[in-house]
Write a protein that binds this ligand. Structure first.
Ligand code: GTP
Ligand code: MG
Length: 333
């Protein structure tokens, strides 16, 4: 009895904390959502009303085992309570004015993505090995500090390819203080997908608790652990759910703290593709939808690299040619 009481109080406290954090309705306000259901929903990435409002009943049923009627009702309530979420175009424009663009060093690359890597958005770079994904991550970690000496870059390294020596070289190339630049890059090695997800969640602590001015989060590679851990079709749904949750955390970070998120992604062969490029990015539509900018990198002539912009909200599709040298990313003359 007493135990029960404590649990009820704990749950209430938890609800209150979640409410305080957002000052808006939470998933606890939905019909039929008790602590257990909420936990299940949160565990697979449905942590706010928006994620429920855009879910399909089948997805919610799969995640929680709830009945069809309840799933439909929850979605309906989530949708109706989000009606107040409209922003005027003017407000949005104001918010867009906060956007900072991190230049890469290549004019054509920057132009392709609207003037540099945008804060408030996720930019995904996918391409084969050696196409330059990691190099661009290093360049951005340095360049994100060019305009603002306090700016901090977070680098979540899953493949052990972060090189501080390379950062020094690039900082020198950009005319920045090598020591200072290294100091303002916070690197963490992620050993598996759960660790990677946890590290992404911890970025908020760096900002809130340590007061760091995080302007860039790099995840290199976004999908390698997920790909290695979830092999075979049976576990594909699990993998996609986890990836979905991970992307959600990243999108929220980008949006709430006006920071840029840069993620790299491998490609896999498309065995059923006979025409065009026979490769596709890992992670399917989950990663594709969550990314605001998607760039496909490939090797070009004479050691150059070609970046192709794929479905962007405001920029036309196009290509940029560049190369990587000791000092950074450069235009092809
Ligand atoms: P994977 O992670 O294997 O999928 O490849 P990636 O797309 O991350 O490739 P990465 O960014 O590591 O690019 C490798 C290429 O960048 C090499 O083939 C080199 O041409 C170039 N590169 C890598 N390191 C350096 C460096 O220190 N200096 C210079 N000048 N070029 C480098
Ligand atoms: Mg790499």
């Amino acid at each position: 009895m007493e135990q029960e009481l404590i649990e009820v109080q704990e749950t209430k406290k938890k609800r209150k904390e979640i409410k305080m954090e957002k000052e808006e309705k939470t998933i606890y306000d939905l019909p039929g959502v008790g602590a257990a259901t909420a936990e299940k929903l949160i565990a697979v990435g449905y942590s706010d009303l928006m994620s429920i409002a855009v879910a399909s009943p089948a997805e919610l049923i799969e995640a929680t085992g709830m009945g069809d009627a309840l799933a439909k009702k929850m979605i309906a309530v989530a949708r109706s309570s989000l009606e107040m979420g409209f922003e005027s175009g003017e407000e949005l424009l104001k918010r867009r004015e906060r956007v900072i663009r991190i230049p890469t060093g290549s004019k054509s690359f920057d132009t392709l993505i609207g003037g540099g890597l945008e804060t408030g958005a996720i930019t995904e770079c996918f391409g084969e090995f050696g196409s330059g994904k990691t190099q661009i991550g290093h360049v951005l970690a340095v360049k994100s500090q060019a305009a603002d000496k306090d700016a901090v870059a977070v680098y979540i390294d899953t493949e052990n390819t972060f090189r501080p020596e390379r950062i020094q070289q690039l900082a020198k190339g950009a005319g920045l203080d090598e020591e200072q630049v290294l100091k303002n890059i916070k690197v963490a090695r992620a050993y598996n997908s759960d660790h990677q997800m946890l590290l992404a969640e911890k970025v908020e602590d760096l900002i809130k608790k340590q007061g760091l001015n995080v302007k860039l989060v790099v995840i290199d590679s976004l999908t390698a652990h997920f790909r290695a851990e979830f092999i075979g079709r049976g576990t594909l749904a699990d993998r996609q759910q986890k990836l979905n949750k991970h992307m959600h955390v990243l999108a929220k970070l980008a949006d709430m703290y006006n920071l840029a998120v840069y993620v790299t992604n491998q490609v896999m062969a498309k065995p059923d593709m006979f025409f065009g490029d026979p490769t596709q990015a890992i992670g399917g539509h989950i990663v594709a939808h969550a990314s605001t900018f998607r760039l496909y990198l490939r090797k070009g002539k004479k050691g150059t690299r070609v970046a192709k912009l794929i479905d962007s909200p405001s920029m036309p599709e196009g290509e940029a040619n560049f190369y990587v040298d000791e000092t950074g990313v450069k235009d092809v003359e």
